[in-house]
Design a protein around this ligand. Structure first.
Ligand code: 5GP
Ligand code: ZN
Length: 112
């Protein structure tokens, strides 16, 4: 898929509206359109890459950056008591958007 066809790249570019809760030069965090928990945010990196399995050193630095920012963002958005991070990899995991994203789920006690 070309970057220009990517839903999350369109959200980054502002072509598709989203409820943003955090943005800087490397990452964007916004509310999931179909929340699976009381708080359901999506953290995406601004560089387009499709799959966790496409990880390399540079991308790992980006994910590391996101993981260092997520605690403060989660806390500021109703996840003071904890939260769950999920990355879906590929079809069996139900990945539907092929731009790496970290689900942040919380705001309630989470079952499996
Ligand atoms: P995946 O299943 O690929 O891990 O997660 C994709 C997520 O993106 C889903 O939870 C879905 O609800 C969310 N999503 C899909 N389209 C949109 C959209 O246009 N806006 C927002 N905010 N979230 C979306
Ligand atoms: Zn993209």
């Amino acid at each position: 898929m070309k970057k220009s066809d990517c839903l999350f790249c369109k959200i980054i570019d502002g072509e598709i509206p989203s409820k943003k809760v955090y943005e800087d030069d490397k990452m964007l965090v916004f509310k999931d359109i179909e929340p699976k928990a009381k708080v359901h945010l999506l953290a995406i990196c601004k560089d387009h890459f499709k799959l966790l399995s496409e990880m390399d050193g540079e991308r790992a630095e980006l994910v590391k950056y996101m993981l260092t920012k997520i605690p403060e963002i989660a806390k500021a958005n109703g996840c003071e008591n904890g939260y769950r991070l999920v990355i879906n990899q590929g079809d069996d995991a139900g990945q539907t958007v092929f731009h790496l994203h970290i689900h942040i789920l919380g705001g309630q006690t989470l079952g499996w």
